[in-house]
Design a protein around this ligand. Structure first.
Ligand SMILES: [Zn+2]
Length: 169
């Protein structure tokens, strides 16, 4: 009712993909940057529990699921603090593992959707890659999806000793 006269495309309406035919990543729509923070002045040391000062801040860039309303990918700029324990003489980071495993470039949400497309829906890697772009506006090379699936050890039901790599980084 309130939406009457508003140009919302209904379900089933055919809209061609505006990015059809684009072959170069640089030509894709610019991502929407979403700022997130895990930046703390103090954090307890994971070894001894001592409250430790922030040493510096670091920014991780993570590709997240985008949206088809703005037609843009989402890129999370996650600022986190690095701390130094003077007692243990160790550095440690504020925990960002709820967003993504260490060193990962994609959020956990992207990984789980990608793995589901292959393992549950049976899509080939290349189709899964295209699906992620077309329906979620996140560009993931199919070889990356393959790594995720194989790290999960689910495809083909073969047990894999690399299960821990997905979470441990
Ligand atoms: Zn400590």
């Amino acid at each position: 009712m309130a939406k009457e006269g508003f140009a919302v495309s209904g379900p089933g309406e055919y809209l061609p993909d505006a990015t059809e035919g684009i072959t170069c990543v640089e030509d894709l729509p610019k991502p929407k940057v979403i700022a997130r923070s895990r930046n703390f002045s103090h954090r307890p040391c994971p070894r001894c529990g001592k409250s430790c000062f922030r040493n510096r801040t670091v920014t991780r860039t993570l590709h997240d699921l985008g949206d088809l309303v703005s037609n843009r990918p989402h890129e999370i700029h996650l600022v986190y603090s690095q701390h130094q324990c003077t007692r243990c003489e160790k550095f440690f980071n504020a925990d960002t593992s709820d967003y993504a495993p260490p060193k990962a470039h994609y959020t956990r949400r992207v990984v789980s959707v990608a793995v589901r497309l292959v393992v549950e829906d049976g899509l080939p890697y290349q189709s899964a890659s295209w699906h992620l772009w077309r329906n979620h506006r996140v560009f993931v090379p199919y070889a990356t999806i393959q790594n995720w699936v194989e790290a999960g050890g689910k495809k083909g039901g073969r047990p894999s000793g690399r299960l821990s790599r997905l979470g441990a980084g």
